[in-house]
Structure formats: structure tokens, C-alpha cells
Design a protein around this ligand. Sequence first.
Ligand SMILES: [Zn+2]
Ligand SMILES: [Zn+2]
Length: 346
Amino acid sequence: MVMDRVGGPLEVRAVPDPVPPAGGVVVRVHATGLCRSDWHAWAGHEDIVLPHVPGHELAGLVSAVGTGVRRWSVGDRVTVPFTCGCGRCDWCLSGNAQVCPDQEQPGFTHWGSFAQYVALHAADANLVAVPAAVSFEAAAALGCRFATAFRALAGRARLVAGEWVTVIGAGGVGLSAVMIARALGARVIAADRNREALEAAMTVGASHVLASDGAGSSGIAARVHEITGGGSHVAVDAIGSEQACADSIMSLRRHGRHVQVGLLPPAAGNPRLPMARVIAWELDLLGSHGMAAADYPAMLALIQSGDLRPQQLIERVISLDEAARLLPGLDRARPAGMTMIDPRRP
Ligand SMILES: [Zn+2]
Ligand SMILES: [Zn+2]
């Protein structure tokens, strides 16, 4: 799926097959998720080189191996975080490839996975083996939104069982956060403007759902304070808007932790935040950016035990052609789960 210009139509057409870079592999894509980050790249919010192939949440089979790769061979079932570290710097060596200064991101820094084949860098550092019991669709769902939600709650907010978590936005990453928070023993409130999304949130573990109209001051925070008797311990902006971010911060109790997961591209201007509340109540504002391959084993263990079921978040599986039509409208879409692409579909 080729993007020839920012904001233009996307075309599915034949291009040369990628070759594995030194230290990297080529993966035959079996499943790849359609994500709002793809829309941001299409809309010109990311530095990309045209023509471009989007797609950064993927799973499939290794189809070619570059020089110097030790851990992987043709035919291996693999997935990869969307933040691929260089594998050599101090951040990567300490297990923090998600903040590697030289990271590669398929679908952003080079051609991505909305294709039959995708090239991936530093395979020994970044690839993750997909157990036979985990489907390619479920594995692809991990790469961006699910893993990001997992790291946001477990790694950044250090969520403790019994705490209240409020999730603003119940799309792909929001529903992932609801499911993960519940599995980690939290009580979860989800807010969204879409009724189907709220029903999905109940299905995956929210104990309360709040309908927001998405316009102006939404009253979400006041209702969270009522339900929780003083505010949420942890709150997540899973949309990426000034309103969602403010709702998340204002729904917290004293010493609460806000995690920013939804993207707030600088092109739209820096958001105005209720910093007076942050100061007075000593709130923590945390950023979260994907998750390194090093952190996957703990998450995969919860999937294999059945405590986490990312496959439940997949709303539908579509072809590349359908995805090319859907992508430009993704900012206005009201998904109740994840859309997965199978590039092998006609
Ligand atoms: Zn994504
Ligand atoms: Zn690095």
C-alpha cells in the first residue's frame, strides 16, 4: 500500500520485494494492524520519505535473513515492537529500546508492513518469537497498542492491585488498557463517546463506563471522583487530545499518576493542561512510548496463561485494498476494537 503524497489516496500496487539489511530480516506479513498512528503519518504529522508504505503492527514468518543474524532463521514465527532499537546503545543494552535515540520504526522511518513483505533492522535485538498457541492476529495486536498499554500501566504507572484506573478513550489502545488493568487486579472506569466502544469495554473488564460527548468540558472527572470516592489512582489518555488529557488529569486523586499514551503531535499545538491541579495535588505526569522486546516475556506469559486475551480486541480482518480506503478516515472512525489486515487476502 503506497502513499505517494501527504494526505493523498493510497494505492495497492506491485513494488520490488525488500531485501534483508545487514543484521536484519525480511518477514512475510500474515497480520498487520490498522492504527491511528498510520493516519498521523498519512496526515503529515511524522517525518516520512515519499513514496512511503505505512504499517507498524505486524506478525508473520521470517522469509529471508541478512548477514550477521544469529538468533533467527527462515520460517520462524515472529513479531516486533514498533520501536525497534539499534541494539548497540546503552538504552538498548539496558532493555529500553523504546527510547533508543537511533530507533527504527517500520512504517515511519522506513517502509512498513502494509505489504506482503517487510524488512526489519537489528533482528537479534528486536524480534520476539510468537508461541504456537498465539495467533498471528493476536501477536500483531501486541506490537503497538497492546504493548504500549501494558508498559503504560505495568512499567510506567506501576499499577498495584486494588487501585482505580480511569481510561479515557476505548479504541484499540484504550480497550487494551482496560483489559490489562483488570488482569493486574485494578478496578477500571472507561470513558468514550461511542456506545459500542463502551459495551466492548465492559466485556473486557471495565466495572463502570461513562459516555462523553467529546465536546467541551465533559464532566468525566466529576463522575470519576463520585464513583471512586476521591479520584482515580491512575488515569490514561488513550485518545491524544487536549480534552482527553485534561479529563485524565482532573479525574485523579491526590498523588495520582497520569499516563499519556495517545499521541499529541506538536503540529496541532502543545495542549493546555491543568498544571495548577498537578502542582497542588502532587500528580505525576508520565509519558509512555511503546515497549521494548526485552519486556515482552512478562506480557506473553499472561497471554499464554489466558489472563490477557488480545485476540478479543480484534473487531475485523480486512484486505489491503479495504485498508487503503479506510485509512484516510481513521481520525473520524469510531472503532470498537482493532482492525487487522491480512495482506495475503485478495
Ligand atoms: Zn499502532
Ligand atoms: Zn539503541
